[in-house]
Design a protein around this ligand. Structure first.
Ligand SMILES: CC(C)(COP(=O)(O)OP(=O)(O)OC[C@H]1O[C@@H](n2cnc3c(N)ncnc32)[C@H](O)[C@@H]1OP(=O)(O)O)[C@@H](O)C(=O)NCCC(=O)NCCS
Length: 177
């Protein structure tokens, strides 16, 4: 089997160059029409401010941040949110799974998903939860890889250029995986 054209690693601190690369990936996803919390057009300032908040969360141990890099730079990312109520120490939310359009449909999404699940297991987590646009690229990815569909919430969010989209909630029991 040929070697993957990217490598995935966990960042325990996030530097300015990485904020820049993460900003590029987020802006590319929003430009491509992904409903990932932001409206189009997303300025570099707003995108970078988001990643700086993420960086603070990483430094505080409230988030796990994984990045993927290839020869052209940062090309994908995913997070685990750990800052949950004290009665949910076994759980994390999976969030901001983003792959730059230039490397899509080559298996990076699934590689990031498996890496996030492995990081969650290492951290002692046994349950992961996420939400994804109903029937979207992310939803197909999660359903293919063992995530259980809970249900849909109509009109949950807006598409980046306007109009409501439905979200689907999923969970993954890592004890059974
Ligand atoms: C969802 C997302 C992360 C998937 O990333 P990706 O790297 O394209 O994911 P994968 O390559 O693992 O899988 C995507 C598709 O490519 C196919 N694929 C994977 N490797 C392939 C290969 N070597 N050759 C051909 N097709 C391949 C998969 O079967 C899958 O097909 P499907 O969508 O028809 O089911 C990406 O589309 C994205 O960032 N979207 C915008 C942000 C977003 O919506 N994130 C999800 C938030 S919940």
């Amino acid at each position: 089997m040929s070697k993957a054209p990217w490598s995935i690693r966990r960042l325990r601190a996030v530097d300015d160059a990485q904020i820049d690369g993460l900003t590029d990936v987020l802006i590319d996803c929003v430009e491509g029409g992904a409903s990932v919390s932001f409206m189009h057009p997303l300025s570099r300032e707003r995108a970078a401010a988001f990643w700086r908040r993420v960086a603070h969360g990483v430094a505080a141990g409230e988030r796990i941040l994984l990045i993927a890099e290839d020869t052209q730079g940062l090309c994908g990312t995913v997070q685990l949110l750990l800052d949950l109520p004290e009665n949910q120490p076994h759980r994390a939310d999976l969030a901001k799974m983003l792959v730059h359009r230039r490397v899509r449909r080559q298996g990076l999404g699934v590689a990031l998903l498996l890496a996030a699940e492995a990081a969650a297991r290492e951290g002692g987590k046994t349950l992961l939860v996420l939400d994804a646009v109903t029937g979207g690229d992310g939803a197909r990815l999660y359903e293919r890889h063992g995530w259980q569909r809970v249900g849909d919430i109509p009109d949950y969010a807006l598409w980046p250029r306007g109009g409501f989209c439905s979200t689907t909630v999923y969970y993954r029991n890592l004890k059974q995986a």
